[in-house]
Write a protein that binds this ligand. Structure first.
Ligand SMILES: *[C@@H]1O[C@H](CO)[C@@H](O)[C@H](O)[C@H]1NC(C)=O
Ligand SMILES: *[C@@H]1O[C@H](CO)[C@@H](O)[C@H](O)[C@H]1NC(C)=O
Ligand SMILES: *[C@@H]1O[C@H](CO)[C@@H](O)[C@H](O)[C@H]1NC(C)=O
Ligand SMILES: [Zn+2]
Ligand SMILES: [Zn+2]
Length: 426
């Protein structure tokens, strides 16, 4: 609290002294950027990039062609970048090169599934598909790059473009953080397309937005009875032990064992996922899952081994939106779309590796509408029928660019604040 009071007072002082833009001028930026994003030059850049990426989907840490495409586009715009970051990632920079630094992020990976949609730009790679919209996320961030580069004289600091390798389970964000990319960055924003929200609207919430997720123990136990008891007891963990206000989910999606109906198998393997909304309940759930498995196995005189990260899937923390950054998004999106089109949402059981950023620096993640009620309902995420409404691309690009530009005008870098604090104390 003390920190934010300090922050706010310096901010006001600074705006006053430097005679910055008036609030009317600030509120025009988002609408100007949306108009700019709807210009054919920007739309074509995004639609073209999105379709090329869609045709050649690449899964986790194999986004080599996607990465090359991004770098080519940044080269064409004259934007400097670092590469490789976390194998295939690209981190671009626009602006003064000085603080404050604000990051906007897109994920790049496709899913290992076959596309069912028959259209001109259908996936050309059997068994791989952009079924989560990350092709559109890359295109929107390229669109934002174009808007920002063309308005770079107006940037009062530096916008960092984070093109991140896999989001889907493999933890690209974790690797980006490990590569030290966040070191000087003051805040980060990210978005995900939504098939349910109307086009021209966004949704988010302050605080916990998306669940943390982990892979349930792949355990080998003997025999089927013990495994069945484990499954029943795991369900009781959620129904009896969990705080009803703190949603948790345990799903067992795999049960393997036995070759013939009349032979008791040597071992059974079960697997699944678990999710929770706070780090504390996530850790508690993880501990209880292991205890339950070991105990139920022991009752049947079986031996259980527990592996919390099968197939190299990693656990994601809870995605938590910083209250001040959420308010910033609300202000900027409200100026662009009208406050009635900035919606609050309930926390969702989905999970996002954006959480690796927002647990280190203030951040806000939000959903961007694609639904157009005059057209057919869009298929859900991870469906082989998933499609993107490309009309949403300018909204995503303009939101990214506006949130970042306004951040640089309205907030001061934490490095300045800490410098000043030290000087004051001296
Ligand atoms: C149970 O597993 C442990 C660890 O793998 C092993 O040392 C032990 O011998 C096993 N016990 C039985 C009864 O299989
Ligand atoms: C919704 O779809 C209709 C029909 O294609 C189109 O005319 C309209 O511009 C779309 N609305 C938005 C906001 O994109
Ligand atoms: C995909 O769409 C086709 C044709 O509309 C439909 O038959 C099929 O059931 C859909 N598949 C899924 C998984 O929704
Ligand atoms: Zn996904
Ligand atoms: Zn996704």
């Amino acid at each position: 609290m003390g920190f934010w009071r300090l922050f706010t007072s310096i901010l006001i002082l600074n705006l006053f002294l430097s005679n910055s833009l008036s609030s009317a001028e600030l509120s025009e930026i988002p609408t100007n950027f949306l108009n700019y994003a709807k210009q054919p030059e920007v739309v074509n850049l995004m639609v073209d990039a999105r379709r090329r990426i869609h045709q050649n989907p690449e899964v986790g840490f194999e986004e080599f062609e996607t990465s090359k495409l991004i770098r080519n586009e940044l080269d064409k715009m004259g934007i400097e970048y670092k590469h490789p970051i976390a194998v295939t990632g690209v981190v671009g920079m626009i602006g003064t090169g000085e603080p404050p630094f604000v990051a906007i992020r897109a994920d790049m990976d496709a899913l290992p599934m076959q596309e069912s949609v028959e259209w001109e730009h259908k996936s050309k790679v059997p068994g791989k598909m952009h079924a989560c919209g990350h092709d559109a996320h890359v295109a929107m961030l390229l669109g934002a790059a174009k808007i920002l580069q063309d308005h770079r004289q107006e940037l009062k600091g530096t916008v960092v473009l984070v093109f991140q390798p896999p989001e889907e389970g493999a933890g690209g964000a974790k690797k980006v953080v490990e590569d030290g990319i966040l070191e000087n960055i003051d805040a980060i924003f990210g978005l995900h397309v939504s098939v349910d929200l109307p086009i021209g609207s966004v949704a988010s919430r302050p605080g916990a937005l998306l669940a943390g997720s982990g892979s349930i123990p792949q355990q080998t136990i003997d025999p089927i009875l013990a495994a069945s008891n484990v499954i029943v007891s795991l369900q009781h963990l959620v129904s009896r032990e969990a705080d009803p206000l703190d949603s948790q989910v345990v799903t067992v999606g795999k049960f393997q064992g036995g070759e013939a109906f009349n032979v008791i198998p040597d071992s059974v393997t079960i697997g699944g996922t678990f999710r929770a909304f706070s780090t504390a309940s996530f850790m508690q759930l993880k501990k209880r899952i292991e205890e339950v498995i070991k105990a139920e196995a022991a009752v049947q005189r079986c031996n259980a081994t527990v592996d919390f990260s099968p197939d190299n899937k990693i656990s994601f923390p809870v995605t938590t939106n910083n209250k001040v950054m959420h308010k910033h998004l609300e202000n900027v999106a409200g100026d662009m779309l009208g406050t009635e089109n900035v919606k609050d949402m309930q926390p969702s059981m989905g999970s996002e590796d954006f959480s690796f950023y927002s647990e280190v620096i203030p951040g806000c993640f939000f959903f961007l509408g694609m639904a157009n009620e005059t057209r057919a309902k869009l298929a859900s995420w991870h469906s082989p029928n998933f499609t993107i409404n490309e009309d949403a691309l300018p909204y995503g690009a303009a939101l990214h660019a506006s949130v970042a530009t306004r951040y640089l005008l309205e907030f001061e870098s934490k490095s300045h604040i800490s410098d000043r604090k030290v000087h004051d104390e001296l």
